[in-house]
Design a protein around this ligand. Structure first.
Ligand SMILES: [Zn+2]
Length: 210
């Protein structure tokens, strides 16, 4: 491992990572180790940033490329969430990135905005409100939260909004709660949304079996 350049292909393959999955900086990543076997091509990288130096690997086979650890550490199923709210997933991932890059002025607002998208898209899909998509999108967040069809959802959305606001204010109203609590509430809200969608799919399936 003492001469990283020896492992560096002249043309980096497309599946090489474009950024460090830990610090998320876009850096030219050179592999420090490679092993080609029957499982595929294994590459080990080390982030060249002095402050990070994270080690991670990429396994490339004919069919797929798996990076460990990946960019997304979230437990949420992003594909299902995208079906409910594409803009939630995009905004939430950007907020996570801002948080990891220590952009403290941005991530609280980002998380709060992500919650707003999720709440409104939930209402559009599952709310049974007699309102158009446009009308729901224009609602005040507080009014939208109160239209959620389950008290537990209302509480999760309120808690997420309050803590999101808190993270973006200089004076915190709830200093005993931090950004980790905020993310737990948002992830629960997202999980609830996924379960609601699956329950609806099950309902449609059962009802179609007459
Ligand atoms: Zn790094």
């Amino acid at each position: 491992m003492n001469n990283p350049d020896a492992h560096y292909p002249i043309n980096a393959p497309k599946y090489f990572p474009q950024q460090c999955p830990v610090c998320l900086h876009d850096i030219e990543l050179k592999p420090v180790y490679k092993e080609f076997g029957t499982n595929g091509q294994l590459w080990v990288f080390k982030c060249p940033r002095y402050q990070c130096q994270a080690v991670f690997s990429v396994l490339h086979t004919e069919h797929k490329t798996v990076q460990f650890p990946g960019d997304n550490q979230s437990l949420m199923n992003q594909d299902e969430l995208r079906a409910i709210s594409e803009r939630f997933v995009t905004t939430y991932n950007q907020a996570i990135k801002a948080e990891r890059l220590k952009m403290t002025e941005l991530y609280g607002e980002g998380y709060r905005k992500a919650v707003e998208y999720l709440v409104k898209d939930f209402l559009i899909k599952f709310g049974n409100l007699s309102k158009s998509e446009k009308q729901i999108s224009k609602m005040h967040l507080g009014d939208a939260v109160n239209k959620l069809p389950d008290a537990r959802l209302v509480n999760l959305a309120k808690a997420s909004t309050w803590l999101g606001n808190d993270q973006s204010h200089v004076l915190q109203k709830h200093p005993e709660y931090g950004v980790e609590d905020l993310k737990k509430f948002i992830e629960a809200l997202a999980a609830f949304s996924i379960y609601t969608m699956r329950a609806k799919q099950a309902e449609e399936f059962v009802n179609s079996d007459d």
